[in-house]
Design a protein around this ligand. Structure first.
Ligand code: 3HC
Length: 311
């Protein structure tokens, strides 16, 4: 009987159709989805910190309210994704424990500091731009709940990317000091943003399986290339230079050639040795501990009113 179920699963994937929570699925398919969705959710929640630091220091009420809305969106994306992971039997509290104990990852990109307000703009432009390159294909992922979560997330990401670029446009029309601040933030974030797409295809243990199961639709290198091709004209329009001497248009390829990111740095940052890893995880741990009373109160309230539903 298992062969029939497995053949049905394979046919669903082959026909580019959706696998839903109640469908039979190979244990390895379920496990890799929990792995990826949980880490995606952790990335959204940790990702609130680098920009969150600027909410109380934003230069105007307008910038503060935009930033507030964006950081709030990231929290919502995290909750959306934890819910998608729960449809696969994962337990949200357990996932949070694994994050806090360093047993599950979050995106490398959030382990870098944000020393100036221009960093907030560049995160919107580069990091949310990279997120769009990575998340739009995930709207066609074979696992239904994950794909559907991505549709709303992608709409909000394009607002995130737009507000970051508009912030930088405003600064580039400002003083020489503001223009320099933007260029320095671009120099800081360009290579870590290319690393965010993951290791090169030849060094990506999950890609083959993930693509066969139509979870990953394009390889890490393909999405990295798309991000470069999308960003170069935006940098020209903004009037900043991208810090890669090998970056140039290649007519026959119809794409940009560019230098090789430092994948050794990516390995280091992923294994916890980035500039801000310890601080980011410590902040997450203390937020979780400080929030314990809210969880207990909510659970007590739910228990006391469990019977009310019928009244
Ligand atoms: N940071 C941290 N870990 C990374 C990484 C990165 N930038 N890139 C790869 N890794 C990890 C993988 O998780 C895997 O480790 P694991 O086995 O412990 O999970 C290992 O390195 C090997 O990488 P693979 O390429 O073989 O792994 P995947 O096939 O899972 O590809 C991925 C990696 C492209 C990140 C894929 O998991 C993915 O598309 N995830 C969903 C998108 C996501 O998580 N984006 C993170 C940014 S969050 C975001 O964009 C929000 C926005 O608001 C900024």
């Amino acid at each position: 009987h298992e062969e029939e179920l497995s053949a049905h699963f394979d046919a669903t994937i082959a026909r580019d159709q959706r696998v839903e929570p109640r469908d039979w699925m190979p244990e390895a398919y379920r496990r890799t989805l929990v792995r990826q969705i949980a880490q995606h959710a952790h990335s959204e929640i940790i990702g609130m910190q680098p920009e969150g630091d600027w909410i109380t220091k934003a230069p105007s009420l307008r910038r503060k309210s935009i930033l507030f809305a964006k950081v709030q969106d990231e929290a919502g994306h995290g909750l959306y994704l934890y819910s998608a992971a729960e449809t696969l039997g994962a337990d949200r509290a357990e996932l949070t424990e694994m994050l806090i104990e360093g047993r599950q990852k979050y995106s490398s990109i959030f382990n870098y500091p944000t020393p100036t307000f221009a960093d907030v703009g560049v995160i919107g432009w580069f990091v949310d731009g990279a997120a769009i390159c990575n998340q739009v294909p995930l709207c066609r992922c074979s696992y239904g709940p994950y794909a559907r979560a991505m549709i709303r997330v992608c709409k909000e990401e394009s607002f995130h990317q737009r507000q970051g670029y508009e912030l930088l446009m405003t600064m580039m029309r400002g003083t020489e000091a503001q223009r320099r601040m933007v260029q320095e933030a671009v120099d800081r974030w360009w290579w870590p943003s290319l690393m965010m797409f993951g290791p090169p295809d030849g060094d990506s243990p999950h890609s083959a399986k993930s693509m066969a199961w139509r979870i990953k639709r394009h390889s890490n290198d393909e999405l990295r290339q798309r991000f470069v091709d999308m960003t170069v004209p935006q940098a020209e329009h903004l009037g900043v230079t991208l810090p890669d001497p090998e970056l140039r248009w290649n007519e026959e390829r119809g794409r940009h050639d560019f230098g090789t990111p430092d994948f050794e740095e990516l390995k280091q940052v992923i294994s916890g040795n980035g500039p801000c890893n310890a601080e980011r995880v410590a902040r997450r741990r203390s937020a979780h501990e400080n929030g314990a009373w809210v969880r207990e109160a909510a659970a007590a309230h739910a228990a006391r009113h469990a019977g009310d539903r019928g009244k």
